[in-house]
Write a new protein. Sequence first.
Length: 276
Amino acid sequence: MNCEEAIRLMDGYLDGELDPITSQAIEQHLRDCGRCDQAYKTHGSLIRAIANATPYFKASVELRERIQSSLREGTTEQPLRNGVRGAQVLFHKRQPESRPSRWETPWNWLGLAAAIIFAAIIALNVVPRLQRPGADQFLATQLIASHVRSLMANHLTDVASSDQHTVKPWLDAKLDFAPAVVDLSEKGFPLIGGRLDYLDNRPVAALIYQRRKHFLNLFVWPAGSDAARGAKAMTRQGYQLLHWVDSDFNYWVVSDVNGEELQEFKELFEEQVPHH
């Protein structure tokens, strides 16, 4: 991917609209190209600044009703024309007897002004929030891309072994943390091996497990002090994702098995991990 393609796809990448393969290609380009990476960071900062600084005002029921009423009145007050060129008005809506004084603002102009203000508030505040992906959504796209890439590029493992005492020392030597590695063969999730990956702006451990003909990528990296502790499940692009945090590590598991089996894997893994 070149710079022109990366810039053209940048909005879709920031909005989480691209497929995993294209997203991964952009990520690789951003790691290799400092100029595009700076453009990406600047664009992302601008989106966050606008979203955080924009005030939010909720229109009252009375205001919405006045706007709708004024718009209807403005529509019905337009003249109806017949089919003859140059013919003038045939029918008008009957006007009320009372007329606004010269000091009063006609309701149709007030309604139009309120509608413009209301639309501007929606455009500046609501739309960017709907379009901007959350942190978990953006990370989920990266996780799926890494999972798909490992299957398509024949790079499922860097160290292929079902022996946890082989996989763990290999990972410990390559990382600045020591992830837990357990073998769940007797529970129906045999260990296949492990590899290094790069997610959330840092190197992470990827543990590979198997469930019948399906593979599970379990990504592990240290948890921050502010990390949410509750489990979170989501579905993206046909893949199941499950996230949980213990006292030391972030865990994200990705696979195309069903959600119940992913939850079973989590529980079995936690049973085998030593707690501090």
